[in-house]
Unconditional design. Structure first.
Length: 137
């Protein structure tokens, strides 16, 4: 086997470099990461508090040029219930993605919350609001 590698030096170097790159990628993929920011949980203390926060978000969204179907959706039974369903829409989508499914859970007695992810749901369907977003450091 050693003779085979000696008879093909270029191939041996290429395979060695390739193996090194693969090992490096595996090590980087398995390396744990940490968030650069710390977050403090701030859960709502009551149904009324949660409702007020969501209404505040909806009011703030009214200042943006959103597609009519893409605002944050809340379907509430009018009181606190045992379970709440929260749907998060896909990238470049909006809450309308889960409107029908949310209605089914609402009809079963759940409160349903479908928030609009920031920079999504705008009338500009070409992704303009998403352009220029970068990783925060």
């Amino acid at each position: 086997m050693t003779n085979w590698f000696r008879s093909r030096p270029r191939l041996s170097i290429f395979l060695g470099v390739l193996a090194g790159i693969i090992i490096l990628l595996i090590v980087l993929a398995l390396k744990p990461f940490s968030l650069k920011e710390t977050f403090t949980p701030n859960p709502a203390q009551s149904y009324e508090d949660a409702l007020e926060r969501i209404q505040s978000i909806q009011a703030e969204e009214s200042n943006f040029d959103l597609h009519p179907e893409c605002a944050t959706k809340l379907q509430t039974q009018g009181e606190q219930v045992d379970a709440v369903i929260v749907f998060l829409h896909g990238f470049t989508s909006c809450p309308e993605q889960f409107a029908a499914l949310g209605q089914e859970y609402y009809d079963l007695g759940y409160n349903v919350y479908i928030p609009l992810i920031p920079h999504h749901g705008f009338d500009d369907r070409r992704g303009g609001p998403l352009k220029g977003l970068t990783e925060r450091r």
